[in-house]
Ligand binder design. Structure first.
Ligand code: GLN
Length: 522
C-alpha cells in the first residue's frame, strides 16, 4: 500500500503539525501526503454498506491538483501558510465550488454550489488540499450520522457502532487516519460529541468567531464551524486559520481570534497551577450516565489537581432545561430555514404521481415528502407548531427565556472559575440502530454539549481514555466564557499532555487497525 512511502514512514499517522514541519523541512511533498491519505481512504472507507464510510465525495483529482500547486509554492519558497500542503476533509454542509454539497440529504443530491463558503475559501487560500466532503446526519440533525440519506458512517473503533453526529463523517475520517484535519459544524454538539466517541479532538468556537457564510444553516443562532483533529495543537492551528471577522456574515464578531496556538503550546507543558476548574454539578452523573465515562472523567480531574489546578463544583441549575429549550429553538429555526426547499426556488423537484397539471402546492408536497427524511420532517413539524400563533409564547418564548437563564448561569459560574468541565457525552458510542427509533433517547445524549451552543460560549472535547465496560473512547469537555477560546485550548492541551504522560502514548495510538475495507471485501 502506498500510504507507506519508500522510506517506511506512514504519513497518515502523523499530526498536522508534524506534517507541516516535514513539508517545511523538505522531507515529503504535498502530493505524497495527499496521495497517502487518498490511498488510506480507498483502503478503509468502503461505502454505505461496509467500511468506515466517512466520505460522501472524494475529490482525488482536485486534491492532487491543489497539492501540486502547494509543492510549487514550497519550491519557490513561498508557502501560503504553515499548513500549506496538509490535506483536509470538509463536512458536506459547507459549500464548495465545483464539488457537490448535499448536507446528507436527497433534497440537495447532485447540487454543485457556485461559491465557496468562507471557511473553504480560507482553506484554499492557505493551500490545504481538500480531500473530499464528509458524511453527516441530514441537514446536521442527529447524534449518530444514521440520519444521512446516503447511509451511516461507522465508528473506526468498532464498525458496529455510531461515530457520533451530526458530523460523524469528519470525526471518523480523522480517527481512521483518512485525513489529518477536518472541518465540522456544531449546533448542539456535532463537533464535540463525535470527537468524544471517536477519540478525537473537536472544538466549538465562540459563536460568531468563525464565519457561517456558506454553511448551510440548520439553526442560525446556534451553528458554528470548527476544527476536528487528533491533537489539540492541530485544532488550534486550524482554528486560527478559519477564524476571524467576515463581512459576509452579519453575525460574525469583529474581535480578533485569540492566540490559540500559543495557548495550546502553553497548556502542553502540563502546568495548570492556579487554574480554577469548575465541575458542573448537573453534568456529573445520574440516570443515563455510563460508569466508565464518569471514571475516565474523574481520572482527568485528578490529573489536573495533581498538576496544580484547584477543582470545585459549580452548579448551573438551569442546564437541566437545556435539552427542552434547544429542541424548541432549533426546530423553530430549521423549519424556517428549510422552507426554501420548495421545488420552485431550491432543491429536488418531484412531480406527484398520476396527477395531470399538478398545482405548485402538490409539487411542493411531493418534493418535500421525497426529499426530506423522517428526522427532518419531525423537526419541521415541531418547529412550525412551536412558532404558530397561539403557541408561540407558550413554547418558543419560554425556550428563549430559558436560554437567557442558562447564559446567566454560565456568567455567574465564570465569576468563580476560569473554565467549566464535564464529560462531553454521557455514554460511549452506542450500537448502530440502537436509538434510531427513539428520538428522545437520541436527544438525551446531547445534554452536556447543548448548553454551550445556547450560550454562545466555546468548548473543546479531548480524549479522556477508554471506558472499562466496552473499551470505547470517552471525551472530556472544557468550556470557557465567550471570546476566551484560548482558555479551552490551554486547558484542553494540558489535559491531553497530562493523560498522554500517564498512558505513555496518545489515545489514537491505540486505535484498532483497519487494514482492509472490513466487510466490504468479504
Ligand atoms: N445532536 C444535536 C441535534 O441533533 C446536534 C446537532 C448539531 O450540532 N448539528 O440537533
Amino acid at each position: 500500500m502506498s500510504s507507506t512511502s519508500t522510506t517506511g514512514t506512514d504519513w497518515t499517522r502523523r499530526s498536522a503539525a508534524e506534517l507541516a514541519d516535514a513539508l517545511a523541512a523538505g522531507e515529503v511533498t504535498s502530493v505524497e501526503l495527499t496521495q497517502a491519505h487518498l490511498d488510506r481512504i480507498a483502503a478503509v472507507d468502503g461505502d454505505a454498506d461496509a467500511g468506515v464510510h466517512a466520505f460522501l465525495h472524494v475529490d482525488a483529482e482536485g486534491a492532487l491538483e491543489q497539492a501540486r500547486a502547494s509543492d510549487a509554492r514550497r519550491a519557490a519558497g513561498e508557502p501560503a501558510s504553515y499548513l500549506d500542503g496538509v490535506p483536509i476533509a470538509v463536512k458536506d454542509v459547507m459549500t464548495t465550488t465545483g464539488l457537490p454539497t448535499t448536507c446528507g440529504s436527497k433534497m440537495l443530491e447532485g447540487w454543485v454550489p457556485p461559491y465557496d463558503s468562507t471557511v473553504v475559501a480560507k482553506l484554499k487560500a492557505a493551500g490545504l488540499p481538500i480531500l473530499g466532503k464528509t458524511n453527516m446526519d441530514e441537514f446536521a440533525m442527529g447524534s449518530s450520522t444514521e440520519h444521512s440519506a446516503y447511509g451511516p458512517t461507522r465508528n473506526p473503533w468498532d464498525l458496529t457502532r455510531i461515530p457520533g453526529g451530526s458530523g460523524g463523517g469528519s470525526a471518523a475520517a480523522v480517527a481512521a487516519f483518512e485525513a489529518p484535519l477536518a472541518i465540522g459544524t456544531d449546533t448542539g454538539g456535532s463537533i464535540r460529541q463525535p470527537g468524544a466517541v471517536t477519540g478525537t479532538v473537536g472544538v466549538k468556537p465562540t459563536y460568531g468567531g468563525v464565519s457561517r457564510h456558506g454553511l448551510v444553516a440548520l439553526a442560525n443562532s446556534l451553528d458554528q464551524a470548527g476544527p476536528v483533529t487528533r491533537t489539540v495543537l492541530d485544532s488550534a492551528l486550524l482554528h486560527e486559520l478559519i477564524g476571524g471577522h467576515d463581512p459576509l456574515d452579519s453575525t460574525s464578531i469583529s474581535e480578533a481570534v485569540p492566540a490559540l496556538v500559543d495557548a495550546a503550546r502553553q497548556g502542553a507543558s502540563g502546568d495548570v497551577s492556579g487554574l480554577r476548574v469548575g465541575v458542573i454539578t448537573e453534568l456529573r452523573g445520574g440516570e443515563g450516565w455510563q460508569p466508565g465515562v464518569l471514571a475516565r472523567f474523574d481520572e482527568a480531574l485528578e490529573a489536573l489537581v495533581a498538576a496544580g489546578a484547584e477543582v470545585v463544583e459549580v452548579s448551573c441549575p438551569n442546564i437541566v432545561h437545556a435539552i427542552a429549550a434547544y429542541y424548541l429553538i432549533l426546530p423553530a429555526e430549521c423549519s424556517s430555514n428549510l422552507a426554501k426547499f420548495d421545488a420552485m426556488r431550491y432543491g429536488l423537484r418531484v412531480l406527484p404521481e398520476g396527477v395531470e397539471s399538478p398545482s405548485a402546492e402538490a409539487v411542493m408536497r411531493a418534493s418535500r415528502d421525497a426529499g426530506f427524511g423522517d428526522e427532518v420532517k419531525r423537526r419541521i413539524i415541531l418547529g412550525t407548531y412551536a412558532l404558530s400563533s397561539g403557541y408561540y409564547d407558550a413554547y418558543y418564548g419560554q425556550a428563549q427565556k430559558l436560554r437567557t437563564l442558562i447564559s446567566r448561569d454560565f456568567t455567574a459560574a465564570f465569576e468563580q472559575v476560569d473554565v467549566l468541565v464535564s464529560p462531553t457525552a454521557p455514554t460511549t458510542a452506542f450500537a448502530l440502530g440502537e436509538k434510531l427509533d427513539d428520538p428522545l433517547a437520541m436527544y438525551a445524549g446531547d445534554l452536556a454539549t447543548i448548553p454551550a451552543n445556547l450560550a454562545g460560549i466555546p468548548g473543546i472535547s479531548v480524549p479522556a481514555g477508554l471506558a472499562d465496560e466496552d473499551g470505547l473512547p470517552v471525551g472530556f469537555q472544557v468550556l470557557a466564557p465567550a471570546l476566551a477560546d484560548d482558555r479551552v485550548y490551554r486547558v484542553g492541551a494540558a489535559v491531553e499532555a497530562l493523560l498522554e504522560k500517564k498512558w505513555g502514548h496518545a489515545l489514537w495510538a491505540q486505535a484498532p487497525e483497519l487494514t482492509t475495507r472490513q466487510g466490504a471485501d468479504a
